[in-house]
Design a binder for this molecule. Structure first.
Ligand code: GLP
Length: 247
């Protein structure tokens, strides 16, 4: 496992943002395009602020930058204040477009949690990623039960984008975003599969928060993947780095 340790979250967030910025600058310079996979949740928030500032204040032509989010609740309206659509609009697409209008908001893609045909939505999403040339760089957070995206424990390492039942732990962990009312947390999610995620050319996982300590220790001790900890499938990926601010 390739792990980089930092003493605090500010430092690791700034470091990851600078690293991704450099990657984007190089590849946009060479080919004009970059496909960035994004995660939601608390872990990458500060990194996004840094990255939006770096990209926004740069002279880069971002018309070839596409972003694809990992997951979305299901069912949920895109206009719902807690949809991942709204989260990304607020924290990434809109502020970046305001600072550097060459980034076009419609190039920020996310699974549509209000599509009445979720299987169709997932199939189309895979096609869109493929058409964009595949994901150059994927950002991940670590779920409290080891999930990545919404790939809950038991997900296969070859799974593709699909609808999934959220586990009680995940709904419990995410209820703070729904006024602490479990009833309001959607029962399902749409998520890129583990197989889909593993096709990314490079992956960064941001590990932060005391709640993740035991789990991350377990992950560090493994050398083979297990379906019980979906994040452990990253051990099969040739270019993944874990950025941890846990001592
Ligand atoms: C959530 C999301 C994931 C996120 C993870 C960790 O349920 N579906 O995309 O990466 O869990 O969230 P956090 O960073 O808030 O701990």
């Amino acid at each position: 496992m390739n792990i980089k340790h930092f003493t605090n979250h500010d430092e690791s967030s700034a470091h990851v943002a600078q690293y991704i910025f450099d990657r984007i600058q190089t590849k946009i310079g060479e080919s004009g395009t970059f496909v960035l996979g994004l995660a939601t949740g608390a872990s990458p928030k500060l990194m996004y602020q840094n990255l939006v500032r770096l990209l926004g204040e740069s002279e880069l032509d971002l018309s070839g930058l596409h972003t694809f989010n990992l997951d979305e609740y299901y069912p949920i309206r895109q206009s719902h204040p807690n949809s991942y659509f709204q989260e990304m609009y607020r924290s990434f697409w809109k502020p970046l477009n305001e600072l550097n209008p060459t980034f076009e908001i419609p190039n920020g893609h996310i699974l549509n949690g209000e599509n009445p045909k979720p299987e169709f939505e997932c199939r189309i999403y895979e096609k869109m990623i493929e058409k964009a040339g595949g994901i150059d760089f994927q950002v991940l957070g670590l779920g409290v039960n080891g999930h990545i995206g919404f790939n809950e424990p038991g997900s296969s390492g070859t799974s593709r984008t699909r609808m999934i039942d959220l586990t009680p732990e995940t709904r419990e962990a995410n209820k703070i975003y729904f006024g602490n009312d479990l009833e309001k947390v959607p029962t399902n999610g749409l998520t890129m599969g583990i197989g889909t995620i593993l096709e990314s050319k490079e992956i960064v996982m941001i590990v932060t928060g005391e709640k993740k300590r035991d789990l991350f220790q377990k992950l560090e001790q493994r050398d083979t993947p297990t379906e019980e900890i979906p994040a452990s499938f990253l051990l099969n990926h040739p270019n993944t780095t874990f950025y941890s601010d846990l001592e």
